[in-house]
Design a protein around this ligand. Sequence first.
Ligand SMILES: [Zn+2]
Length: 132
Amino acid sequence: MHIHDAVFLEDLCPKFRFRQWRKSIHRFTGKSCIYCGKPSESIDHVLPRSQGGLSTTENCVPACLSCNGDKSDENALYWYRKQKFYDPRRAMAIRAWLEGDLRLAIRLLQWANPNAKVKQNYEKDESEYKAA
Ligand SMILES: [Zn+2]
């Protein structure tokens, strides 16, 4: 009975799930753009939706509006290499993210930008995971 209700509720609230998912993506990087490190204001589809890219965690990275708009429909890694703020550690992080290895991606991002906020958020997620 309860399980049935839960499934029903999930189906009824796809918007809520979508919002939670977006939030969790931003939290991985401490709300910073995966490309340049500025505050992330949007979710970028690495493989654009116009090219069949899916809204999955592996294909969606936190990005600032500037990077998201500038990249447009270009290949993310190719586009990123041409940027002034290009950092090979971030490029590796993006690659790891696309492969679904978020743990490695986050470690590489920390290395690229030793920002306490990112670290704290990640550790918080870790402890939540252990407690669950
Ligand atoms: Zn950016």
